[in-house]
Design a protein around this ligand. Structure first.
Ligand SMILES: CC(C)(COP(=O)(O)OP(=O)(O)OC[C@H]1O[C@@H](n2cnc3c(N)ncnc32)[C@H](O)[C@@H]1OP(=O)(O)O)[C@@H](O)C(=O)NCCC(=O)NCCS
Length: 186
């Protein structure tokens, strides 16, 4: 990915052989949330279309970014470092498990391109997308229509995500279903 490159075209499917580089980037971006390689391999197997990486041509075998998303229940986001084995039968949302951009590659639109791609996937299948925001990123997610929804979860559900974790949900714009509660201004 060059600074002048098209961020949409920088993303490609994550393959099992990418996992060591994904782990290296995760260690930089999420040092307090380590996840085992088996967790990444699990998500690739369960939802390959939601597992993405962007290469970093200036660093051999390095990644500029990765993203993971898969179907989940909006009331039960997976705990961190957990191998699922199969998708939940009651999946009703696309859950964005992780999005990480190398600090040297930020501000080039990589994350926005990944989110837009994942939301197209979400909107094609589900009436909602969910995620657990960490590192104070709710304002980033709000740009895409996500809103805090702690009311959907049982107490303690986010315990593995640290104290600043915020559960967020974005409803598909054309879903037509009644909202669970009014959004801002509504
Ligand atoms: C958050 C993160 C993914 C953004 O990646 P990025 O590639 O720099 O983002 P983009 O370049 O696509 O930014 C798109 C827009 O979002 C804005 N933005 C980026 N990070 C933001 C943040 N933390 N809060 C609010 N807005 C943010 C950018 O300014 C840009 O806006 P503009 O188009 O008006 O200039 C990246 O900083 C990161 O990996 N952070 C650490 C990991 C993390 O927190 N991931 C999310 C966990 S839930």
């Amino acid at each position: 990915m060059t600074p002048e490159g098209d961020p949409e075209r920088a993303w490609r499917p994550m393959r099992p052989e990418d996992v060591p580089a994904v782990i290296d980037l995760a260690a930089v971006v999420h040092p307090t949330f380590p996840e085992r390689p088996a967790v990444f391999l699990d998500r690739i197997a369960l939802c390959p279309e939601g597992a993405l990486v962007a290469d970093r041509p200036d660093v051999r075998a390095g990644l500029a970014a990765y993203a993971l998303a898969h179907p989940a229940s909006r009331h039960a986001p997976p705990r961190l470092d957990t191998v699922l084995g199969r998708l939940p039968a009651d999946a009703d949302a696309l859950h964005v498990h992780d999005l990480a951009v190398d600090p040297a590659c930020r501000g080039r639109g990589l994350a926005e391109a990944a989110v837009r791609r994942l939301l197209r996937l979400a909107d094609a299948r589900f009436a909602a997308a969910t995620l657990v925001s960490v590192h104070g990123t709710p304002p980033f997610w709000e740009r895409f229509g996500f809103r805090p929804r702690p009311d959907l979860l049982a107490p303690g559900r986010l315990a593995t995500y640290g104290t600043d974790a915020v559960f967020m949900l974005r409803e598909r714009p054309s879903a037509g279903a009644p909202r669970d509660r009014p959004g801002p201004g509504g």
